[in-house]
Design a protein around this ligand. Structure first.
Ligand SMILES: Nc1ncnc2c1ncn2[C@@H]1O[C@H](COP(=O)(O)OP(=O)(O)O)[C@@H](O)[C@H]1O
Ligand SMILES: [Mg+2]
Length: 390
């Protein structure tokens, strides 16, 4: 499997933005001075105390307040059952909220907002398709639904199939498709109407690590072109690579949101963990010399020493100095692990704060979860747990 970002970029340029859009609702909150494909509100999605209670019993959204900036790639991150898919279905007008308000592209989203819905592309989790169809027949069908003239639909379909690397199987029956292929077809379908807002519900679900990376690359290529993208995920790692903004959702509430850079800055913490043998005490006495005064912290955890660098130095320099210190001391290095568990740290710290304020119960995944591989900040194992289909 191979995605071709260059082809995609080209396709998107070819497809262009020529779409005239009308909608049934007036748009009092429009900011007419904004440049872009259409002058529009600063926030593409804005919710106020959005609440969803299923069957009068299950609270899926608990006064969710969420704002998504125009042209952002917004990661909605949270564990399974947090309310992400529910929020998306309400965002698409597929479900009614129990209480609260939601505006999408500056207008209230309702079940009857068909025109508004046409400006949005939606990829559900693990999309499924009529098995007998082929990518061509399916995308033609989608083109008719979104009201594209047939010739325009054909052009768009061809370029999109190329971009998501399904060109070679364009006339194969969908039933034999892998998860990755189905997801990519879902993305092509969501892009048929050249949406201003693209909503992706766990686009990396069920993909192996290379597939996941390619999906992230694809999403990166879709961004930044007068298009806002919202991605739900329970894999923090993915979001970190592609998102400009992040919102953390737990038990139906947003417990953190802000620019990704801010989250990184808050969380910036480079660390090296070593396991050594020999004259450990004298080694420990000199750890502080590894960085500027006051910028090195360390703690002993069992047989390991975890050294955290709070300064602005480069990891490679710290590493070099550390190895020199090992050389210099009467110790033997048994193991060394570098990891900047940046976002993971921020996430956990934030949860810890909220928990201590009594806002929420610790979600399962916050308790002593995975440290997948050295150097990764994988927050939650992709355990295949699913829930909450409508
Ligand atoms: N149709 C439904 N009926 C009853 N409960 C539901 C329904 N859909 C979702 N839920 C519940 O609402 C909560 C949020 O689910 P969901 O929005 O699917 O979360 P996420 O997408 O973050 O995993 C979960 O506790 C889920 O079990
Ligand atoms: Mg979901």
């Amino acid at each position: 499997m191979k995605l071709d970002p260059a082809a995609l970029r080209q396709s998107l340029r070819a497809i262009g933005n020529g779409q005239s859009v009308t909608d049934e609702d007036p748009a009092p909150s429009e900011v007419p001075m904004q440049p872009g494909r259409s002058a529009g509100p600063a926030y593409v999605v804005e919710t106020r105390d959005l609440t969803k209670i299923y069957d009068n019993r299950y609270i899926a959204l608990n006064a969710l307040n969420m704002r998504v900036r125009k042209n952002a790639v917004y990661g909605l991150v949270g564990p399974n059952g947090a309310g992400k898919s529910t929020a998306f279905r309400i965002m698409l007008g597929l479900q009614r909220p129990t209480a609260g308000e939601i505006r999408v592209l500056g207008r209230p989203m309702r079940a009857e907002s068909a025109e508004l819905r046409r400006r949005i592309g939606f990829l559900p989790t693990s999309p499924s398709f009529p098995r007998h169809m082929t990518p061509i027949s399916y995308l033609e069908f989608v083109g008719r639904i979104v009201g594209l003239p047939p010739d325009r639909a054909k052009i768009r379909m061809t370029t999109l199939l190329q971009s998501v690397d399904l060109y070679d199987v364009a006339s194969h029956r969908i039933e034999g498709f892998s998860t990755g292929m189905a997801t990519r077809l879902g993305i092509a379908a969501a892009l048929m109407n050249d949406p201003e807002l693209l909503v992706l519900d766990e686009p990396t679900y069920g993909l192996d690590p290379p597939g996941r990376r390619q999906m992230i690359e694809l999403i990166r290529d879709l961004s930044g072109r007068d298009r806002t993208i919202i991605i739900a995920t329970h894999i923090l790692n993915d979001v970190e690579r592609v998102c400009t903004d992040v919102g953390v959702i737990a038990q139906g509430r947003l417990i953190y949101d802000g620019p990704m850079t801010e989250m990184r800055r808050l969380a910036r913490q480079d660390s090296i963990t070593v396991e050594i043998e020999g004259d450990v005490a004298s080694f420990e006495r000199r750890i502080a010399e590894l960085g500027e005064p006051g910028t090195v912290r360390w703690e002993r955890v069992g047989a390991e020493i975890r050294i955290t660098f709070l300064g602005i130095g480069l990891m490679t320099d710290y590493l070099r100095k550390l190895l020199a210190l090992v050389e210099d001391s009467a110790v033997e290095l048994l193991r060394l692990d570098t990891g900047s568990h940046e976002v993971e740290e921020a996430f956990l710290r934030r949860l810890e704060e909220d928990r201590s304020r009594g806002l929420l119960r610790a979600p399962d995944w916050a308790a002593g979860e995975s440290r997948a591989q050295p150097g990764t900040a994988e927050m939650v194992r992709d355990d295949g747990g699913r829930n909450g289909s409508p």
